[in-house]
Ligand binder design. Sequence first.
Ligand SMILES: [Fe+2]
Ligand SMILES: [Fe+2]
Length: 172
Amino acid sequence: MLDKKIADMLNEQVNKEFYSAYLYLDFANYYADEGLDGFANWYQVQAQEERDHAMMMRRYLIDNGVRVTFGKIAKPDKTYKKHSDALDFGLEHEQFVSASIAEIYAAANEIKDFKTMQFLDWFVKEQGEEEKNAEDLIKKMKLFGGDAKGLYMLNQELAARVYAAPTNGPAM
Ligand SMILES: [Fe+2]
Ligand SMILES: [Fe+2]
């Protein structure tokens, strides 16, 4: 059995992960509409990963005797004025999620819930990678996105991203 506060925080994080998927699909909708199918693909794959995160947390809660409940998933409210906007929103969002996971980690540490800390270790590492990916995208866009040819090439590169189910992560 998990501590009630930790269980509630994790249950809330399930919602945040589904929201992440929703937000990234919103980015994908925007890029698809702009004719940037590679960018759209990149975020569609990203959305699949976010769903996986939600499923891992859901599984952890269930396996620890918690009745999982779902809340409303908020409507993505971003407006995109230029092609780099979604990339900036993406980094901002990953930083928000990292902080949210750190809060759960700190709460687990406070009550010596080492099991949850160990479970969250994978997410701490994952967030480091996600923030780096988001930063790299912003850098590439700044370097190459300025002219049509560069943007075309970058779009091609992002089109190559393929979803792969995590092999080393917590069970779903
Ligand atoms: Fe996530
Ligand atoms: Fe993420």
